[in-house]
Design a protein around this ligand. Structure first.
Ligand SMILES: [Zn+2]
Length: 283
């Protein structure tokens, strides 16, 4: 039996699926934020040439000489994410799980989760580039980045900066806006709390109020932040006999041994496995 056939069988036998998505899921779609690939170079090549960024995210954390040049890059990077099509692996995930109650917990900030699942079924633990926040922050509101970055794109200057008067600013305190991405001023406000509540309710519904068969599907989670997805998944699987844990990752590894046949580790390309799984479920 292939790995995809085993996964298809487990999904079929589950009542609900909790997906834990890390950067490897987006990378498997060609949307790698930590190495240059064609998808982002198409939009950001001039910035790489000018500043020597090693990756799109390297540019995000770069110390720019001015807000105007920083927002020149932010605008093009964020706009690229709005423009890129839905990732194939995300699409396969949606199709494979559409008969199940599904929730996606993700550390990815690239807008892909909400393209494939309704927003009440996603939790963006580290934020998302679809939104901006006040840099202080002085208030609890998130602002969509969509129209703002489009306007900045149309006004990008030849030196890759934007005009000073177009730097996005908070409507209340006039401080600059920043992308809603975790750092020392990250806003864990109303939206973040609401998503956390939805996540808790999902777990309560399936593990406490009902004795459902729950699949924990960990995809492309790296080693930088194990406390967000990997360790909680291991603990949930250890404490609940109705839970099965499946991990797909291109890095070598293994599922915790004490899970026995409730723990499966697939060391393959995520997009390929999910495409085959989707095909098997939908045929
Ligand atoms: Zn403000």
């Amino acid at each position: 039996m292939s790995d995809a056939a085993i996964l298809a069988e487990i999904i079929d036998a589950s009542d609900a699926v909790l997906i834990g998505a890390g950067s490897g899921l987006s990378s498997s779609c060609g949307y790698n934020h930590y190495h240059w690939t064609e998808a982002f170079l198409k939009h950001l090549q001039p910035f790489r040439d000018k500043y020597g960024f090693k990756s799109p995210m390297d540019g995000f954390y770069y110390c720019f000489p001015s807000l105007e040049s920083q927002w020149g890059y932010y605008a093009e990077y964020i706009r690229a994410m709005w423009e890129l099509p839905d990732g194939d692996a995300y699409h396969a995930l949606r199709e494979s799980t559409k008969d199940k109650d599904t929730f996606m917990l993700t550390t990815n900030v690239d807008m892909q989760a909400d393209r494939c699942f309704p927003s009440e079924s996603t939790r963006h633990f580290q934020g998302d580039f679809a939104y901006l926040q006040c840099r202080q922050p002085c208030h609890d509101e998130l602002i969509s980045s969509h129209e703002i970055v489009q306007k900045l794109h149309e006004n990008l200057l030849p030196d890759l900066s934007i005009p000073a008067e177009l730097v996005p600013r908070c409507g209340i305190c006039s401080w600059p806006l920043v992308p809603w991405i975790r750092d020392d001023t990250f806003l864990e406000g109303e939206k973040w709390e609401e998503e956390a509540d939805n996540h808790r309710r999902f777990l309560r519904r399936h593990l406490i109020e009902n004795e459902d068969r729950l699949l924990l599907l960990e995809l492309g989670v790296g080693e930088m932040t194990p406390a967000i997805i990997k360790l909680p998944f291991w603990e949930l699987a250890m404490k609940n006999e109705n839970v099965t844990y499946v991990c797909i990752n291109t890095e070598k590894g293994s599922a915790p041994l004490h899970l026995g046949n409730r723990g499966i580790y697939i060391n393959k390309d995520i997009a390929s496995v999910l495409a085959e799984t989707c095909h098997l479920i939908r045929r």
